[in-house]
Design a protein around this ligand. Sequence first.
Ligand SMILES: [Zn+2]
Length: 135
Amino acid sequence: MSLLITPHFSVAEFACKCNDPNCDRKESPDVNSDFIQMLEELRMQTFALRISSGVRCLQHDLNISPKKNKNGGVHVQAIACDILVGHLPSADILKLTTKATEIGFTGLGFSLANQNRSKRFLHLDSRSGGAIWSY
Ligand SMILES: [Zn+2]
């Protein structure tokens, strides 16, 4: 049984997915507590959420997004996650987005055009300020 952070999210779901066996963000991703409570609230207001990426160590973050600032982005800060949406009808993706902004998520990134539906995702984070973009 996997350790839970909240009733609906586990440590394993948020652990860094890099290949480094010594990565310190695997066993202890240390997700920001306000962020994970917001995500739990979003889950309660919607449906089961499939997390494809949670917390990342700096090296993994740089490997995924080489253009990002070298101190690491919001995944390194543990205030972000990517949610798979390719299996959802667009009305559900819209509901997810609407509820997310109501709850207070401030960074929204959309990957909705990947030919491979199973790779489509919605990025959410709780950065200060706000941002919206597509991949
Ligand atoms: Zn890592």
